[in-house]
Design a protein around this ligand. Structure first.
Ligand SMILES: Nc1ncnc2c1ncn2[C@@H]1O[C@H](COP(=O)(O)OP(=O)(O)OP(=O)(O)O)[C@@H](O)[C@H]1O
Ligand SMILES: [Mg+2]
Length: 428
């Protein structure tokens, strides 16, 4: 059934898919001012692109398994992977956006992205051989490797026309990376058993964290090129957590009704509902979606297990201080058992019964991840919702915690730094 997300209505100028594509993260060092001028122009050369192209194959279609040798070692990957990053904080994104200087923004993206892409290529090269040859993992490797080559081949943005060419090509590259997470999830579902839990967690944490950083930088530039009111690049400077979570909760209720035969709990939003913050909306949207799906699923399933007739509402509270905004989501879904509690942050850990592996296809996985991206699908099942949400929350120094009362319900606390508060003054 076609399912139109209501949330898309919040920002008519962008599609839901584009918005979700922004959702990505990486640690920023607070107070380290980002200077566009600091970017070392000229480090990315077309000669480097030529070396990469000579070692590999043309850019494969997004998500396709390429036929190249397993690893295409190159000095270019080594060179860029060793270069230090420029850390990016929310404050710095705002500062960068306020200059409205598209050429500088493009040059920053062109200098910064190859270093980050090269590190991902290296990380994929360092996977155990048997994992790296999995067709899904291999296709991700090829995508990153060839995107690095494509980035390096782009002309240096020095004026309006060259900036426009760069921006257009960057937009295509961002689109080509849309399916990375579902494809990775599929790959690790097939061959994650060949790695220890810690190694797998570290790889996926780093990969998802780095992907957020890459996409924030890319999308920030793309958004600056197509400005919308109240936005500075990807940052919504007048984001209402209460309005956003209401919209997401309505969407999740619809999803819940689709999944449980017309049944879904109500919800209430209370507290400092008029609070406005500056934040990347899609990051919050993603986290709200995952928390609320879990809460509503737990509520409905606990009612069914215990014979409860009325579903208690999910209670949402927004609370603002100078330092942070806290969003608490409380459900009466029976809580989490001690046995499960130690695993809920593990990738692929889910209490949804296993579906039939034989009939599983990439489309099943994509449907599940589509659900995670807010485009409809089941309420749960991949075991990626909580670990990914926590990476998003922590990306800009926030946090995500769960308190469970077994037999009763859960409280989820999302802390979002309030960069408009007194201690996060945006410097000139
Ligand atoms: N509010 C909650 N109440 C009860 N159990 C919960 C709650 N939130 C999470 N859980 C438990 O934690 C597990 C992991 O949650 P997570 O969101 O990571 O994965 P999932 O919901 O199973 O799948 P998906 O990746 O589709 O979200 C869930 O399967 C569920 O057992
Ligand atoms: Mg979930």
């Amino acid at each position: 059934m076609a399912f139109v997300p209501r949330i898309a209505c919040l920002r008519p100028s962008r599609t839901q898919t584009q918005l979700i594509s922004v959702a990505i993260g990486g640690a920023g060092r607070r107070n380290s001012r980002l200077s566009l001028c600091r970017a070392t122009h000229g480090t990315a050369s077309s000669t480097d692109a030529g070396v990469l192209a000579g070692s590999g194959v043309p850019l494969p279609p997004p998500g396709s398994a390429a036929t190249s040798p397993v690893w295409r070692s190159s000095s270019v990957v080594e060179k860029y992977a060793k270069m230090p990053f420029t850390r990016v904080t929310l404050e710095e994104l705002l500062q960068m956006g306020e200059t409205h200087d598209l050429v500088s923004s493009a040059r920053f993206a062109r200098d910064e992205l190859p270093k980050r892409m090269a590190r991902r290529v290296k990380a994929l090269q360092n996977l155990p051989f048997i994992v790296g040859v999995n067709p899904h993992i291999k296709s991700i490797y090829d995508l990153y490797h060839d995107s690095l080559g494509a980035l390096l081949a782009l002309p240096e943005p020095v004026d309006g026309p060259s900036q426009a060419v760069f921006t257009e090509e960057l937009r295509k590259l961002v689109g080509a990376h849309q399916e990375v997470i579902p494809v990775l999830a599929k790959g690790f579902k097939e061959c994650g058993k060949y790695m220890t839990k810690d190694a797998k967690t570290m790889f996926l944490d780093n990969m998802i964290h780095a992907r957020i950083g890459i996409r924030v930088i890319a999308e920030h530039h793309l958004s600056l090129a197509t400005p919308s009111p109240a936005y500075i690049g990807v940052v919504n400077t007048r984001l209402s957590p209460a309005v956003l979570i209401t919209s997401v909760a309505n969407y999740v209720r619809d999803l819940c009704e689709l999944n449980y035969g017309g049944v879904a709990p109500e919800f209430v939003v209370a507290g400092h509902t008029d609070t406005l913050i500056a934040y990347i909306g899609v990051h919050l949207e993603y986290i709200f979606m995952e928390i609320l799906k879990n809460a509503m699923r737990a509520t409905v399933e606990f009612s069914s297990r215990t014979g409860r007739i009325e579903h208690p509402p999910v209670e949402i509270v927004v609370c603002k201080s100078d330092e942070e905004v806290v969003i608490r989501v409380r459900d009466q879904g029976g809580g989490i058992s001690q046995k499960d509690l130690g695993h809920i942050w593990d990738y692929s850990y889910t209490t949804v019964p296993k579906y039939d592996d034989d009939t599983d296809s990439i489309f099943d996985t994509q449907a599940r991840m589509g659900m995670q991206a807010g485009s409809g699908g089941p309420m749960a099942g991949l075991g990626f919702g909580l670990p990914m949400s926590r990476i998003y929350a922590k990306y800009f120094q926030g946090s995500l915690e769960i308190r469970s009362i077994e037999g009763y319900g859960c409280d989820v606390f999302l802390r979002v730094p309030n960069i408009l508060g007194s201690s996060h003054v945006i410097e000139d």
